[in-house]
Design a protein around this ligand. Structure first.
Ligand code: SF4
Length: 418
């Protein structure tokens, strides 16, 4: 059962977390530590808290308090020098029967990593500081043994959520995943209308399947979230309002809003951002409205969280990064450039290289700002698959030197070049 906390109940949980952090890290206490901790903690305060199994999710991508993963994230940001990332999205397979037009890895090629390489990479990303792992495909349920191999490498200091379309999920597989400490599931639902969703993903019955999977995951005690790519036309159809109702009926903890990005199949879509301003305003209003409403799920929305008054763009391993099924390490799943492949080089070497190219979080969204450059480069070099290999990425990012650092990080000064 997932329940939400708003108002005074939420404030009391924040007070408890603050006291716990101060007590746990009392040996490190200084005015600077307290200021940094308070600024970062309060940056989450506008979100609704979702409670599950005596753990508290301040945000979907922050591990739940008071788990070991939560404290790993705290230490990675406040005590480690340089600070460590929190979350990673990992596509462990390209296998998928769905045909979603917005798929950011649809143009990726190459063979999936072997089970051995997956295990080695899982250990390496945990060492790098990752405390929240969002594993996806393709369809991770089509390569279930490899998924289990990855999960076996992870300890309690890494919270795991799995992305799924809802297909190929069985009660038996979920029971196995429960044993392996998976925290929750994000299930894609891109419309509140059955026919529209099924046509969008190209699979009849997908809408019903997604909801059945959400209901089953909730019944078995997992955290649940609906992932929605909200488009401009959805505003007039009140799609978000209807999806929130569906999520409420299915006892979902979260509805995550992702606004369309020029990546993968949509990289060539030069008109994608034309109506972005209105869509983003709509999403931001929804963020504040729903996160104050007690009964409904929490509404994390990238458009708000990546706003300049919050965290900005934290791609490149600042807070987040991505590894594709073929082993390419990218700054973000929505930025189709690679800094190297774990099949050819150790992850640590690639990660260090990527961090050097993204030394600090920036106000501008790299996915939006750089999409055209990436697309143009691919055309110039005759590249038909993503991500752009490192030999070209290197040339590209050498020009990405401008930008305004995100105020919160500049203020707390945890990144050297701020
Ligand atoms: S590139 Fe930056 S702004 Fe865009 S989705 Fe990734 S982290 Fe967010």
């Amino acid at each position: 059962m997932q329940t939400s906390r708003t108002g005074l109940a939420k404030t009391l949980i924040y007070a408890r977390i603050a006291l716990h952090v101060v007590w746990k890290y009392r040996r490190h206490i200084s005015p600077k530590f307290l200021y940094r901790a308070a600024r970062l903690l309060l940056a989450f305060y506008d979100n609704k808290i979702i409670v599950r199994n005596h753990t508290y999710k301040l945000h979907l991508y922050l591990p739940a308090y008071p788990t070991p993963a939560f404290f790993k994230a705290v230490e990675g940001k406040l005590l480690a020098k340089p600070p460590k990332p929190i979350s990673m999205v990992w596509g462990i397979t390209k296998a998928c029967s769905y045909k979603c037009p917005h798929c950011y890895q649809r143009l990726d090629k190459g063979i999936d990593l072997s089970a051995e390489k997956l295990k080695e990479t899982a250990r390496a990303v945990c060492r790098a500081g990752v405390s929240f792992l969002n594993i996806e495909g393709g369809d991770v349920f089509l390569t279930f043994e490899n998924l289990c191999a990855v999960l076996d490498e992870l300890g309690p200091d890494c919270e795991v959520w799995l992305n799924t379309t809802g297909a190929h999920v069985t009660r038996e597989k979920l029971a196995v995943l429960k044993e392996k400490n998976v925290y929750g599931f994000m299930v894609s639902l891109h419309s509140a209308d059955e026919k529209t969703h099924d046509e969008f993903v190209g699979i009849p019955g997908a809408f019903r399947q997604a909801q059945e999977t959400l209901a089953l995951c909730s019944e078995m005690g997992f955290g649940t979230a609906i992932n929605t790519v909200l488009q401009y036309k959805d505003i007039q159809h009140q799609t978000l309002e209807k999806i929130m109702d569906i999520a409420h009926q299915l006892n979902c903890g979260f509805v995550q809003l992702i606004h369309p990005k020029r990546a993968g199949k949509w990289l060539s879509n030069t008109k994608l951002y034309a109506q972005d301003k209105e869509l983003i305003s709509h999403v931001k209003r929804a963020y504040y409205r729903y996160n104050k409403t007690p009964q409904l799920p929490a509404l994390p929305a990238q458009a708000e969280e990546e706003d300049k008054k919050r965290f900005g763009c934290t791609a490149g391993g600042v807070d987040r990064f991505y590894i594709g099924a073929g082993g390419e390490v990218q700054p973000c799943e929505f930025l189709n450039v690679s800094f190297g492949n774990v099949q050819a080089e150790p992850f640590d070497v690639i990660f260090k290289r990527m961090r050097a190219a993204f030394p600090t979080p920036f106000v501008a969204w790299a996915c939006e700002k750089r999409a055209q450059e990436i697309f143009t480069l691919m055309q110039e070099k005759g590249l038909t698959q993503t991500p752009v290999p490192y030999e070209y990425t290197r040339e590209l990012v050498a020009r990405w030197t401008d930008g305004t650092p995100t105020p919160i990080y500049k203020d707390i000064g945890i990144y050297e070049q701020n």
